[in-house]
Design a protein around this ligand. Structure first.
Ligand code: FES
Length: 128
C-alpha cells in the first residue's frame, strides 16, 4: 500500500569512511541548513550546525577536552586538568557541548540537535 504525502528523504552522503579520520569534521548541506559530522573517540556524530543559544555555527567550533579544576581536600586550589569528556565550543559565545551526548556542559537543559549516522558500503550517511 502506498501512503500519499509521506516521503522519506534519502540518507545524506557525508564522506567515505576512510576520509573522516579521528578529530576531523565535515559540514554538509541539508536543505537550507547545515549539519556537522565529526569523528571523535572512535565514533561518528552528526549535529545540526545551529547552536541552541543564538544559532551560531556550533559544529565549526574548537573540539577540546573538558577542563576540570582540582580542589584538594583542604579546599586549596591545585590547578586544572583535562577529563575524558570531549566538548565542542560554539565560536560565537563559547557555550560548550558534550560531543557524545550533545548536552550543554553549563546547562543540561540545552542540547544540540542530533542526527542518526549510518555506515554503509564504507560510506558515512546522515539520516535526515
Ligand atoms: S550562539 Fe552559540 S554560544 Fe551563543
Amino acid at each position: 500500500m502506498i501512503q500519499k504525502g509521506i516521503e522519506s528523504m534519502p540518507d545524506l552522503f557525508v564522506a567515505r569512511v576512510d576520509d573522516l579520520k579521528e578529530g576531523q569534521r565535515k559540514i554538509v548541506e541539508s536543505g537550507k541548513s547545515t549539519i556537522g559530522v565529526l569523528r571523535a573517540k572512535g565514533k561518528v556524530y552528526a549535529y545540526h550546525n545551529e547552536c541552541p543559544h543564538q544559532g551560531g555555527p556550533v559544529c565549526e567550533g574548537l573540539m577540546i577536552h573538558r577542563v576540570e579544576e582540582d580542589i584538594g581536600p583542604d579546599k586549596t586550589y591545585r590547578g586544572m586538568r583535562y577529563t575524558d569528556d570531549l566538548h565542542i565550543v560554539c565560536p560565537w559565545h563559547g557555550w560548550e557541548f558534550n560531543i557524545e551526548t550533545g548536552r550543554c556542559a553549563g546547562d543540561g537543559r540545552h542540547a544540540m540537535r542530533k542526527y542518526k549516522v549510518i555506515e554503509r558500503n564504507d560510506e558515512i550517511y546522515v539520516v535526515v
